[in-house]
Design a binder for this molecule. Structure first.
Ligand code: PLP
Length: 430
């Protein structure tokens, strides 16, 4: 009997090693990591230089507590990361995971308004569907019924008004105007922040609004004194073919808070964080003087050393451009698969954050009973390809879909192999 508390009662292979885009299990099987786990392993597996940077850091300075010290590695990283993201005057708040980072952003937004003498601002507007994390605050922010249902009594719905998901039939501006309508409805003076995923991840398979949406959202937020939080935990750090997905169409878009995770340390260590504008940071520091929030492992030097090494690889190997180029190749190939498999209703996304939408070809709608995504994902695993399946009808989720997002370091040949294996999986699983 295993003593491991598994996530579900399905059986899990036991991974023993990984290199590049491949993961090996204890039975000698090899899997192409077509989803980077959950869109994490951006620089691929088995990078000894990252492991070495972590080992050196652990030997030199493994831990200091944020209430007592900054660290040289954190100072260097924050400076390089703000440069990479072109957020030069921002401050980096480092934590261990995306949920912690979103909790931090939400609490920082709330505290910012209290410091400014507007304690009536407490609501955080988010979208349906969306996924912002598993901890209770981040889950309350999320519009993802299946994950929320059991815990709903622990949440306060009036604090989390929900905006519908982006509507690609609207112009970006018209789509964003729906935020204004919601703010007017709930009372803008009660709203602290609006938070969204610039390219949606787990809840709606790479759905993205039209050009102009984010710039207009930022303008509406500014007009109403509401902070704009971009949750780039999945979409950021180059995955969508730009350092930040919120700027895919307009490099001038500047959210007040940008939340990062996953690709930051690319799975080598738990690392996530919030980029806070100077205005937010200064308001808190010139007010009460302290962010009333903290985690023991915030800014952990070994995680930060991993992040620094990963950032070096991303820049040295041009992985942001690579995400755009390999992403275009993968999207082209997916379109060809869509033409061959009528059960594939749509393929979409940016860079290497791509979605394959499954459903009933007769109606063009999701299957009445979900299951296709899990079946295709299982067939893909049997064919040696890992994908990230999702399904669900609650909260306007798009039904069965697969999220695809291999490491940004994937080669053109490996993209071709990925498409061949997915073709087999669609043949067998649909
Ligand atoms: N935000 C987004 C957009 C995510 O995709 C995720 C995880 O999938 C999270 C937040 C939560 O991150 P974590 O699982 O690291 O807590």
């Amino acid at each position: 009997m295993s003593n491991v508390f598994y996530r579900s009662r399905k059986s899990y292979p036991t991974a023993v090693s990984a290199h590049g885009v491949f993961i090996q299990d204890d039975q000698g099987r090899s899997y192409l990591d077509g989803s980077s786990g959950a869109l994490v392993a951006n620089v691929g597996h088995g990078r000894t230089e990252v492991a070495q940077a972590m080992a050196e850091q652990a030997a030199r300075l493994a831990f200091v507590h944020g209430s007592q010290f900054s660290s040289d590695v954190l100072e260097t990283y924050a400076s390089q990361l703000t440069g990479f993201l072109n957020l030069p005057s921002y401050r980096f708040w480092a934590v261990s995971g995306g949920s912690e980072a979103n909790e931090s952003a939400i609490k920082l937004a709330r505290q910012y308004h209290v410091e400014r003498g507007e304690p009536g601002r407490f609501r955080v507007v988010t979208r349906v569907p969306s996924y912002h994390g598993a901890s209770l605050g981040a889950l309350a922010a999320s519009g993802m019924g299946a994950r929320r249902e059991v815990y709903a009594p622990l949440m306060r719905p009036e604090a989390w008004p929900k905006l519908p998901k982006p509507d690609p039939s609207l112009s970006g501006e018209a789509d964003a105007e729906r935020l204004r309508a919601l703010l007017e409805k709930v009372g803008p003076e009660s709203v602290a922040a609006f938070m969204c995923e610039p390219v949606v991840g787990a809840s709606d398979a790479a759905l993205a609004p039209n050009a102009g949406y984010h710039a207009h959202i930022a303008a509406i937020c500014r007009e109403y004194g509401v902070l704009f939080i971009a949750d780039e935990v999945m979409s950021g750090m180059g995955r969508c073919g730009a350092p930040l997905a919120v700027r895919l169409h307009d490099p001038q878009v500047t959210p007040d808070l940008v939340v990062l995770g996953k690709g930051l340390a690319a799975g080598y260590a738990p690392l996530a964080g919030v980029m806070a504008s100077a205005q937010v940071y200064d308001t808190v520091m010139n007010g009460s003087g302290a962010f009333k929030h903290g985690f023991t492992y915030a800014g952990h030097p070994v995680s930060v050393a991993a992040g620094l090494s990963v950032l070096d690889i991303v820049q040295r190997e041009g992985l942001v451009d690579a995400a755009r180029e390999r992403g275009a190749q993968l999207l082209d190939g997916l379109r060809a698969l869509q033409a061959r498999h009528p059960g594939v209703l749509d393929v979409r996304g940016h860079g290497l954050l791509l979605g394959v939408i499954l459903g009933d070809p007769a109606t063009g709608q999701p299957h009445a009973t979900p299951g296709a995504a899990e079946r295709v994902a299982a067939a893909a695993r049997d064919a040696g390809l890992l994908t990230y399946p999702g399904s669900g009808a609650l909260d306007g989720m798009r039904g069965d879909h697969l999220l695809l997002g291999p490491p940004l370091s994937i080669t053109t040949g490996e993209v071709t192999l990925m498409l061949e294996r997915l073709d087999t999986a669609l043949e067998r699983g649909l």
